[in-house]
Design a protein around this ligand. Structure first.
Ligand SMILES: [Zn+2]
Length: 307
């Protein structure tokens, strides 16, 4: 199984056995600076070359799973993704043509694939109603409802683009709305907001977290704003969909209990009649998307779809 995840700054690639064992892993550049056509060419080359490598190593490649950010039209096999410079780009058709009829290509959303991997072998094992919420450069959710991963024809799970900041404080989001969760609680937002508040350039959310640990009051202020919006989002999700477990992933979960403890406390205080979810750290880290790509592709290769 060839698996490729285009969700991060670099393509994460793997060869994955049926039991989820990763027999080869590598990363490759995503040539965004050269445009959307170049990104697609690089993806196609990667899938073909990984298949060749697998064959050379004595593996039989049954299928390929590719996961991408953005909106996937599952019927057309097209993808629109701002950060890959794709607009209704026929990704599935090009990949399938390149690998030939012997390998079936499965195309899925990076965050939903990551959530699927967490359900199969990670922090959401055994759940039928759960949420995977990676807090990275952006924020999107993988929603498991009554045992199914909800895709909404490719549009579901955009909790990051729901408004949780009101009034003057609401910043313009990349999506065109104001006050989205992503503008205040993504890893990128923490660094940007700390910089805007203090005039100091920081090296990402990691540095803001270090400043927070050192007692910096500006870091504490942007952190509290992020936590407030996240608690609101988790309470809303819990009220609507009643998950038993929520796994937080992405770069920010590196903060560990500094993040998870106040989220648990905040959600606990706010809930009255709702079922209270466990809030835990995701387990699969950067590999979640790639593993999910492989699991989804294995499911398709194994025959009729199942839940
Ligand atoms: Zn937005």
């Amino acid at each position: 199984m060839v698996a490729v995840d285009l969700g991060g700054t670099r393509m994460k690639c793997g060869l994955v056995a049926a039991d989820g064992a990763v027999v080869h892993r590598e990363t490759r550049a995503t040539p965004r600076e050269a445009g959307g056509r170049a990104v697609l060419d690089a993806l196609v080359d990667t899938v073909v070359e990984l298949g060749q490598k697998a064959a050379a190593d004595g593996h039989r490649v049954r299928a390929a799973g590719v996961v991408v950010p953005g909106i996937i039209d599952a019927h057309q096999g097209t993808v629109s993704a701002e950060n890959l410079l794709w607009v209704n780009t026929p990704v599935l058709a090009e990949l399938q043509a390149a690998v030939g009829p012997d390998q079936q290509v499965t195309l899925a959303h990076d965050v939903r694939a990551g959530g699927y991997a967490e359900v199969r072998v990670g922090a959401l094992r055994g759940t039928t109603n759960s949420l995977f919420l990676p807090l990275g450069t952006g924020i999107a959710a993988a929603m498991v409802v009554d045992g199914s991963l909800v895709s909404g024809d490719g549009y579901a799970g955009e909790l990051g683009h729901t408004r949780f900041v009101q009034g003057e404080a609401a910043e313009l989001c990349a999506c065109g709305q104001r006050g989205c969760l992503e503008t205040v609680a993504s890893a990128a937002a923490l660094a940007r907001r700390y910089g805007a508040r203090t005039g100091e350039v920081v090296d990402g959310a990691r540095e803001v977290l270090e400043l927070l640990a050192a007692g910096d009051p500006d870091a504490a202020a942007v952190w509290d704003e992020a936590l407030t919006a996240l608690v609101d989002a988790l309470v809303l999700y819990t009220t609507l969909v009643a998950p038993t477990r929520i796994a937080i992933g992405g770069g920010l979960v590196g903060a560990g209990e500094t993040l998870l403890a106040p989220l648990r406390e905040g959600v606990h205080e706010r809930l009255t009649f709702q079922r209270e979810p466990e809030i835990v750290a995701a387990e699969l880290g950067e590999e979640a998307g790639c593993l999910g790509a492989a699991f989804m592709a294995w499911d398709v290769a194994a025959g009729p779809a199942h839940d």
